[in-house]
Design a binder for this molecule. Structure first.
Ligand SMILES: Cc1cc2nc3c(=O)[nH]c(=O)nc-3n(C[C@H](O)[C@H](O)[C@H](O)COP(=O)(O)OP(=O)(O)OC[C@H]3O[C@@H](n4cnc5c(N)ncnc54)[C@H](O)[C@@H]3O)c2cc1C
Length: 454
């Protein structure tokens, strides 16, 4: 039986695409890739049983399966290497339960992050992971990449909120990786094995997530610094003075200028700016304390947003950084590296030097509190010189992060984009164990083949 007929038998005609023009859209994600392979079929699954049947069929016929949420990842995670079935979760997007006693939410994988956040807020609860494209990205993509965001500094990333997963394995069976309890030390932690596994070990169909009570209030402080040294030192000052901001984000001069050029937001032309979000109780006294500390430590032109609308307006301007950089040249690549917090300054200076040397523009921003930096590099992928220079700079940036005690990705994942760098960051023995784990869960290499490892 043809692949089209088999899939239509499982999910119905209306849930299968096989025409080239339709499949083309699903051959891409948010990664800048010029060469790609078309999926043989795109399937919109609606039930776990359908996923099981498709996985069984793919296993028997050695057909690749690429799970897909909103396709917004930046690592080539949803790209087909050699055709296959793209499994779209856009119709498996239900919030199945919000339990305000157990502080859990059970959801299907196509649930949009912002929808879950909005729903749990009705119960006075909070799901902290907040990738900046949360209005479109899904819980499934977030779990498969352990997505972070601005609030990771205080609250952690997606991995810290996953209690239990339902996963379809290579033979079509379904397992639960943990339990829906706040604590669990029962055998190996399979849940965390699947978190961040980028769709390479199995297909996640359901997750039980941890929620926390929603913080009472929040405020946002924007503060400028004349030197990067002062900005990174401010992070230590904040921690040493017992403040625990929800977010500690950083924008460099080029990023501030670029946002201001394309989305005027009132940002000043300074070497660095910190976005510091405070939440919880006693917001006014926390803000006062922070303001004084900033003034004593080189902070200038402090701007405070207390009400929700003001905060949201400032965050919207900060989130415009990627879009603004995209206007500098026909393309922009968003890199993602992470170092121990005390190496931020060396990383930022090093990235600037590497980009200068390779004739590339760079706008640097990121989650300074987590040591997680995103160099946004505008370029023209039709210009061979840009492509060559970027390839060189990209490798040097990742080598630099590793040499500073850091690693290849804080939140975007490896996918296809960083596959060649894995041995910079992970020793051979550990890498071999990872490959054996992949083989154990995916002996025929059907789950998102060609990702993470060669
Ligand atoms: C403008 C922009 C801003 C961003 N901001 C942030 C940010 O602040 N923080 C951050 O961490 N990331 C950020 N990202 C990247 C981030 O990876 C994605 O936004 C998001 O987490 C991916 O969700 P998605 O639904 O688009 O997943 P997709 O791109 O569809 O998939 C991502 C990966 O998950 C796998 N996958 C999806 N569903 C399943 C499933 N059910 N089972 C198994 N595997 C599955 C896919 O195969 C793929 O490997 C940003 C991206 C963009 C374009």
């Amino acid at each position: 039986m043809l692949i089209k007929e088999k899939l239509e038998q499982i999910v119905g005609k209306e849930n299968v695409l096989t025409k080239k023009a339709e499949c083309c859209v699903y051959a891409l994600d948010s990664t800048n890739k010029r060469e790609f392979s078309l999926p043989d079929a795109v399937v919109f699954v609606e039930t776990t049983e359908q996923v099981q049947q498709i996985v069984r069929y793919a296993f028997e016929n050695r057909i690749p399966i690429i799970a897909r949420g909103a396709g917004t990842n930046l690592c080539g995670g949803c790209l087909c290497v050699d055709g296959g079935i793209v499994l779209s979760f856009s119709k498996m997007n239900k919030i199945l339960e919000i339990n305000s006693t157990n502080l859990t939410a059970t959801v299907q994988m196509g649930t949009v992050v912002a929808d879950l956040k909005r729903e749990v807020e009705k119960y006075g609860l909070f799901y902290p992971p907040d990738p900046s494209n949360l209005s479109v990205s899904t819980i499934g993509g977030g779990i498969a990449l352990s997505s972070g965001g601005a609030k990771t500094f205080k609250y952690g990333s997606t991995k810290d909120y996953v209690l239990n997963l339902k996963v379809v394995l290579q033979d079509g069976s379904v397992i639960e990786t943990g339990s829906n309890t706040a604590k669990n030390v029962t055998g190996y932690n399979l849940t965390q094995l699947f978190v961040g596994s980028e769709g390479t070990l199995g297909i996640i169909v359901e997750a039980t997530l941890k929620l926390i009570p929603k913080p009472e209030n929040s405020a946002l402080v924007l503060v400028y610094f004349d030197t990067l040294q002062d900005a990174s030192n401010m992070v230590n000052v904040i921690l040493q003075n017992c403040l625990t901001p929800a977010s500690l984000d950083f924008l460099d001069r080029k990023t501030l200028q670029t946002i201001e050029n394309f989305y005027p937001s009132g940002f000043l032309d300074r070497e660095a700016a910190l976005f510091i979000e405070l939440d919880g109780y006693d917001i006014n006294s926390q803000c006062q304390k922070l303001k004084v500390l900033c003034e004593q430590n080189g902070g200038k032109d402090i701007k405070l947003a207390i009400n929700k609308d003001e905060c949201e307006k400032m965050w919207t301007s900060r989130r415009a950084s990627f879009g603004a950089c995209a206007k500098l040249k026909p393309n922009v690549v968003a890199e993602d590296v992470v170092v121990p917090r005390d190496k931020i300054k060396e990383l930022v200076y090093g990235i600037r030097q590497i980009c200068d040397k390779n004739n590339l523009l760079v706008c640097i921003m990121g989650h300074i509190g987590d040591g997680n930096i995103h160099p946004n590099i505008p370029l023209d992928l039709n210009n061979p010189a840009d492509v060559k220079n970027y390839a060189k700079a990209k490798e040097e940036i990742h080598k630099l992060a590793v040499s500073l005690g850091g690693t290849l990705s804080g939140e975007h994942g490896i996918g296809l984009e960083k596959i060649d760098y894995m041995d910079f960051a992970i020793d051979k023995i550990a890498l071999d164990y990872m490959k054996q784990i992949k083989k154990l869960f995916d002996e025929r290499n059907i789950f998102n083949p060609g990702k993470i490892f060669r």
